[in-house]
Design a binder for this molecule. Sequence first.
Ligand code: ADP
Length: 338
Amino acid sequence: MHYLEVANLTKSFNQTPVFNNISFDISQGEFITLLGPSGCGKSTLLRSLAGLITPDRGQIRVSGEDITWLKPQQRGIGMVFQSYALFPNLTVADNIAFGLKMQRLDTNDIKRRVAEAVELVGLEGRESYYPASLSGGQRQRVALARALVVRPRILLLDEPLSALDAPIRKHLREQIRTIQQQLNLTTVFVTHDQEEALTLSDRVFVMNQGQIVQADTAEAVYTRPANDFVAGFMGNYNLLTPEQARQLLGLEISGRLAVRPESIYIREPGRDYGPAMTAPVTATVASHQLLGNVIRYRIRVADCLLTVDRLNRGADALLPAGSPLELIFNSTELKEVA
Ligand code: ADP
């Protein structure tokens, strides 16, 4: 059975629709990421689930119960925001205890549950600190503990990592995933960062202009994009027009051909690439960009500029602008999209 069910949810601001009749189901314990460009409606959707925004129409059900019109505090939903939103004048422990005090729990129960939550997010020893003396990552862990301590049925995370530095962001996202799996907590996570979405989620909902354009596993969204928007948004796909596909590959298509940068190879003489490869086409390096272990080339073929990724094997292997070369394509990894 589906745990969270959203049916025909509709929301406009001043007659401008953000989303129209959006529907989806999430199973218990699933980690879903809403991924899409800024302004596509991710936060509005998440806030509607939390009860911070009232939808115009539609239904939100959790475990069969209609919660569409309930107040936020009646929904059993925890939320973490990008801006930690901690009380600056309360200690870590008191920030975490806040929701339990509102529920008028027994003092001993509050102590026990705060200690559990502190341990869950790894903040032992920091209980009496004030937010101002914590790092960004620690503050976000307080916010996470505060959301978890009330034992929510669903956890909502609105870009919780975007204000943090890269190494902390990576560490915290792994911690969030571990805790979520440990608690089997149904979670909806909002991000515009495709790497975050692909590494964290059971399923990714790719959104564009208020619509979920693809809801699928990370693997499927990345390798089998549903349309040219998803292809353009994920993985730096090259999108070839029918004319370019005919010119470069002799393929007759009616939509666009989506080709990932790692599905195009710069041919090295004498190397066997196997039977899946297309016939070589001559090309020239236009520019390159170093992305750590990968070199991302822009390569000109006829009137077409392609993005091609190649493992970085050191400065000797770098091809400067103007270098002539031959490209071959892995024909099993070409995908026609609408
Ligand atoms: P995202 O989270 O994907 O960046 P949002 O849900 O924040 O997108 O915004 C979706 C659209 O709704 C945007 O065009 C935004 O300007 C508009 N919007 C969001 N909140 C409000 C509001 N309170 N009043 C008016 N328009 C809003």
